[in-house]
Design a protein around this ligand. Sequence first.
Ligand SMILES: CC(C)(COP(=O)(O)OP(=O)(O)OC[C@H]1O[C@@H](n2cnc3c(N)ncnc32)[C@H](O)[C@@H]1OP(=O)(O)O)[C@@H](O)C(=O)NCCC(=O)NCCS
Length: 270
Amino acid sequence: MAEPRRNIASVDPVWDQILTEAQKAVRDEPLMGGFVHACILHHKSIEKALSYRIAAKLASNEMSMMVVREMVQEAYASDPSLIKAARADLVAIYERDPACHRLLQPILYFKGYQAVQAYRVGHHLWMKGQYDLAYFVQMRVSEIFGVDIHPAAKIGKGIMIDHAHSVVIGETAVVGDNVSMLHSVTLGGTGKEEQDRHPKIGDGVLIGAGAKVLGNITVGHCSRIAAGSVVLEAVPPCKTVAGIPARVVGEAGCDQPSILMDHIIGPQGD
Ligand SMILES: CC(C)(COP(=O)(O)OP(=O)(O)OC[C@H]1O[C@@H](n2cnc3c(N)ncnc32)[C@H](O)[C@@H]1OP(=O)(O)O)[C@@H](O)C(=O)NCCC(=O)NCCS
């Protein structure tokens, strides 16, 4: 005789929440039914849904959706840390972006999230030596989302790139965990250095819209870079820098500015 069914806790509460949100979205707006089914409800897991979503965005006359989807699925199957990072990014956006009310939104609509997940696949290909495929992914992400991240750049987990348009991250850049940045951020070279020539951004850093961080300089953990700054020198941890060229204008004001998204520069930087 079959055992009575026990009330077992969900093994994937993030995916369960996404499914619940997707069902509600279809109930509320039947016109979105086909789209939401294709992107979410048709799939058995977050990795399957993401593979579909990335493929739908990156496919072109030059590479079919089927081929891109297979490439993404293979990457997810061979490196589970990609999905771990995709989940951390999703939760980061949900927690930090006041315009994000559902886990569903970044997967369906936010190009910062979609661009970072596609970059992660490109970086995986790069690390395996599949350079041309990696460049192809970089090109399509740049064409589709206006976000240009070199596949060799190293980017941690829990990343939010809000609005995302015109973000450029160079080949030897390193971005730590739990970093938040806004549109038009450049992590670039000065043009005067060769080889290792891009910034190294610590954990928990908040980089405001339009900030340019140039050269092989370190931005310390949990610092804030004000919108529109041009950062040419190393930034110590837990400070706020602003201006062109950027200077320290105060403390970061909290332990984790990238998570609190506190943009206020007060007299003590709080
Ligand atoms: C302008 C640039 C070429 C440097 O020129 P340089 O003549 O070698 O300048 P230096 O680094 O010697 O700095 C000279 C002064 O200009 C300032 N300076 C340098 N670059 C600056 C910039 N972009 N904006 C404002 N001031 C800048 C420096 O702080 C320094 O000021 P100081 O003398 O008061 O200390 C370089 O900093 C730059 O902006 N390159 C463009 C990089 C770029 O677009 N990268 C994106 C790649 S994706």
